[in-house]
Design a protein around this ligand. Structure first.
Ligand code: UD1
Length: 365
């Protein structure tokens, strides 16, 4: 069997790494890895391949930035000849980025079976570009690998046949479980280069990159001003995504008198160690809501909704929306010792990719 994996953006890499490994272990599966080039900076892409010990992609489509239509169309037209030439038996796509839907559409039109890893998640908010990507990818995928029971229910409600749906757990947590010891060893060895050590005694961690938070300068500024106030009680480390950096460069933050410390995007191991040791995390990322739930670190999500409700119902996540008073209140609550303990959702156990490999082997027979 020949399986072709398509990855493109930062959150794809930690999902694909354990699947590549699980499918590679018996040695009976031929694998091809395609990088669309949606993310292309060293610290958004290459460093992840190094730390996750992923093979060098067989092909890099070198797509780069563009509007959603341009990026999606470019991936499709560059991927189609590769798929026609390589003739895979199955194509695996990951998560909810533009590369995911573009690749799924190419393969569905060529009648090549598609497997979607992280299927069924829904925010029910179609203003979010990722929600459109999720809905469309799931409609045309042949094998749907879900991380939690809510995802199965969403797919069933959308009329997707039960036999296509496989609850296998969370592949991103597979990577976390595998690499946490190394991340903590680096932390203990003080091998964390980008963050000044005086920040690392008692700190919070921030990431923001959703268009709904960073594209309107008024909203972004009010969030950053609130973070700056919070940082007087709890120093904050803010690894800044390229999209957010572009928006912030237009604003004058030099006048902020605070302990809000901006750094470039961090490597996987460095960011994982920081999450583990953080007093709290403030984010709008999907994956970080899951990682903090696993690590039992309080997470305040600057969004009205989440496609990962299990992180709220079972985990440590609290949605604060764009209500900055609420954000301040929740931070105060955590600092006073009142924090959600949370529990780890079923099947988030480090073995999700092995379950995917098993399903694929059975499907192929
Ligand atoms: C994408 C995904 C989002 C995911 C996020 C994680 C879509 C629709 N969105 O959003 O789901 O959570 O990645 O990072 O696919 N840029 C760089 N260097 C890079 C990558 C991007 O400078 O290595 C710039 C781009 O040129 C662009 C901006 O950052 O101007 C945004 O990149 P883009 O790929 O459009 O989407 P993200 O916001 O990263």
């Amino acid at each position: 069997m020949h399986i072709l994996h398509v990855v493109g953006a930062r959150p794809n890499f930690m999902k694909a790494a354990p699947v590549l490994r699980a499918l590679g272990s018996p040695g009976s599966v031929r694998q091809t890895l395609i990088h669309t080039g949606q993310h292309y900076d060293f610290n958004m892409s290459d460093v992840f391949f190094q730390q996750l010990v992923m093979p060098v992609p067989d092909v890099n489509l070198g797509v780069g930035p563009g509007s959603h239509a341009q990026q999606t169309a470019e991936i499709m037209s560059r991927l189609e000849p590769v798929v026609l030439e390589r003739k895979p038996d199955l194509v695996l796509v990951y998560g909810d980025v533009n590369s995911t839907v573009a690749a799924a559409l190419v393969c569905a039109k060529l009648l090549i079976p598609v497997g979607h890893v992280e299927a069924g998640l829904r925010s029910f908010d179609r203003t979010m570009p990722e929600e459109v990507n999720r809905l469309l990818t799931d409609q045309i995928a042949d094998l749907l690998f879900t991380p939690s029971v809510d995802a199965d229910k969403n797919l069933q409600q959308e009329g997707i046949a039960s036999e296509k749906i496989n609850l296998i757990g969370n592949v991103m947590i597979d990577t976390l479980v595998a690499l946490l010891p190394e991340a903590l060893a680096r932390w203990n060895g003080k091998d964390l280069t980008s963050v000044p050590s005086h920040y690392l005694k008692h700190f919070g961690l921030v990431t923001l990159h959703r268009p709904s938070n960073v594209d309107a300068s008024g909203i972004l500024l009010s969030i950053v001003k609130t973070l700056s106030e919070i940082s007087r009680d709890l120093p904050l480390i803010f690894p800044i995504h390229p999209r957010t950096r572009q928006r912030l460069e237009a604003s004058d933050l030099a006048t902020l008198d605070s302990q809000l410390h901006f750094v470039d995007p961090l490597s996987y191991l460095e960011f994982l160690a920081l999450q583990y040791h953080a007093t709290l995390v403030i984010t709008d990322s999907g994956g970080i809501q899951e990682e903090t739930t696993y690590l039992r670190v309080p997470c305040l999500t600057v969004r009205q909704n989440t496609e990962r409700p299990v992180t709220v119902t079972l985990g440590t996540n609290v949605l604060v929306g764009q209500d900055m008073d609420r954000l301040r209140t929740e931070v105060g609550r955590i600092l006073s010792g009142d924090r959600k303990q949370g529990e780890i959702p079923p099947f988030w156990d480090g073995h999700a990719a092995q379950r995917i490999a098993k399903v694929i082997t059975t499907w192929w027979r």
